[in-house]
Design a protein around this ligand. Structure first.
Ligand SMILES: Cc1cc2nc3c(=O)[nH]c(=O)nc-3n(C[C@H](O)[C@H](O)[C@H](O)COP(=O)(O)OP(=O)(O)OC[C@H]3O[C@@H](n4cnc5c(N)ncnc54)[C@H](O)[C@@H]3O)c2cc1C
Length: 452
């Protein structure tokens, strides 16, 4: 391949660029934000950038995501740890009970801008990967291959500060512009159908505070405190999540749905954190707050159906949130983006012709998206305000999921398998394998006997 163009230089775009650097003579990333790799003022924290507003919120990297990043950037974990990131298995609370500790499945705690800056430095150190500062605003279509097929032959963009449009020709364009991608519009402008957008309304609010770290909670990197939803009409419990990040700081998120979305009032934030049934959350809430609370609203989880589009042009793929963006409480986004990059590598290595639609790639990522979507929406549909769409077999799946989640508080083997699934190390079908069903039955029997 002569040139690949990646639209968007965030996690999905950087990972796609790394993969493409093995296959293309030149890889160009088009990104509106300045992608300097310097640390923050006076060597302080790396600041978030406008194109990634969620960057001020806690971003925990799941174990599968870390394994994928190590695959593409060997030694990345050690580099992040040397810069102050932390690594440990998660501590999880459910309804005030701490889940039994299980080894493995370590999560990485670092701020999102720091993690991204290290990734970016690695990608931009590859000689034939470059960045053009500008905003993509369309695709160029034309004959591809022998000329009998039409497909994408480049991307239009507006260079930073310029009023005129420019175009970069490419053998492959990767859309990694995030959940609000305009890809559907660009496709329609070229006479192609837009992939259907499926949404689940979740109406989630995030408030994140950064707190001074201390000696409390030794060995804790990431902690979640969740409670099963109360019946409709009753006050819903908050979810809290904690991450130890570089600079000896804690990031704490308070997540609430619908009319329980948290605001920016510090006293209210602390009061709600203290009401969460997990002692570590209360401990951190009492520490010094190092800046204002930051808010984010996530109206929906969404996914785009590229395979269902019927006709799709050659020379184009999408990755990361542009394909699917989930409820962030489950921390699946960056790991999904990393898996998409590995799917792209497998697709390119398979020798699939570039002058044909990349169906093989979209089939590969569908497995990743289905798994992450199934898991996160199963949790979301348990919220009384979420009204579907319900998948086939929802009731049975919800009942079994709830049982496994509860048994993971006491049974180490159920806990281990559950954790492997929620950290995306294993496919959710692990939980319905005969060995797991037998273990769940044994654990349920023991729990019942213990209750008398
Ligand atoms: C509040 C919140 C918390 C989250 N927490 C976690 C977590 O704990 N763990 C986790 O793994 N994930 C988390 N996520 C998800 C995570 O942020 C994303 O999945 C991840 O950033 C990958 O996204 P992306 O690279 O596809 O898109 P984004 O990160 O959204 O980046 C899109 C990029 O495209 C650029 N861009 C936009 N338009 C154009 C254009 N026209 N031309 C060129 N470039 C363009 C933007 O400037 C940006 O750089 C969270 C998300 C939110 C909202």
């Amino acid at each position: 391949m002569r040139r690949a163009v990646v639209l968007g230089g965030s996690v999905a775009g950087l990972l796609a660029a790394r993969v493409l650097s093995d296959h293309a003579r030149s890889v160009v990333i088009i990104e509106p934000d300045p992608l300097d790799t310097a640390p923050g003022p006076a060597g302080g924290p790396v600041p978030a950038r406008p194109g990634v507003p969620q960057g001020v919120h806690l971003h925990v990297l799941l174990s599968q995501g870390r394994a994928q990043l190590e695959r593409w950037f060997p030694g990345l974990t050690a580099e992040l740890l040397a810069g102050g990131a932390s690594l440990a298995p998660p501590v999880q609370y459910l309804d005030g009970r701490r889940k039994v500790a299980v080894a493995g499945s370590e999560l990485l705690g670092a701020t999102r801008p720091y993690l991204e800056s290290v990734l970016r430095r690695r990608v931009l150190a590859i000689g034939h990967v470059t960045v053009v500062r500008g905003r993509a605003d369309g695709l160029r279509f034309g004959p591809v291959g022998t000329g009998r097929q039409r497909g994408v032959t480049g991307a239009h963009y507006r260079p930073d500060g310029a009023s005129a449009r420019d175009c970069l020709g490419a053998d492959l364009v990767v859309d990694a512009t995030g959940r609000s991608t305009r890809l559907g519009v660009w496709l329609e402008q070229g006479g192609w159908p837009a992939p259907a957008l499926h949404r689940m309304r979740i109406d989630l609010g995030y408030a994140t505070g950064v707190f001074a770290g201390g000696d409390e909670l030794p060995g804790v990197t990431a902690l979640t405190a969740m409670a099963r939803p109360a019946p409709a009409g009753l006050p819903q419990p908050d979810t809290a999540a904690l991450g130890r990040v570089e600079g000896d700081r804690w990031m704490m998120v308070l997540a609430g749905y619908a009319h329980r979305r948290p605001g920016a009032d510090v006293a209210d934030f602390r009061a709600r954190c203290r009401a969460v049934d997990a002692a570590p959350v209360r401990q951190v809430a009492d520490r010094e707050l190092l800046g204002p609370l930051r808010l984010h609203r996530i109206p929906d989880s969404r996914r785009r159906d590229f395979l269902g589009a019927g006709r799709f042009p050659a020379g184009l793929v999408a990755a990361g949130d542009a394909v699917a963006a989930f409820n962030p409480v489950y921390g699946q986004g960056m790991t999904s983006a990393a898996l998409h990059a590995s799917c792209l590598a497998a697709h390119l290595r398979s020798g699939a012709p570039l002058d044909r639609p990349a169906r093989g790639y979209f089939e590969r990522i569908r497995v990743v998206v289905d798994a992450a979507w199934g898991l996160s929406t199963l949790g979301d549909l348990a919220q009384p305000h979420v009204d579907g769409p319900y998948p086939r077999g929802y009731r049975a799946a919800a009942w079994y999921g709830d049982l496994v989640n509860r048994l993971a508080t006491t049974d180490p083997e159920v806990g281990r398998r559950f954790l492997q699934v929620v950290t995306m190390e294993r496919h959710p079908r692990l939980l319905t394998r005969p060995g797991t069903l037998a273990q769940v039955a044994r654990a349920a029997w023991s729990a019942r006997t213990a209750r008398g």
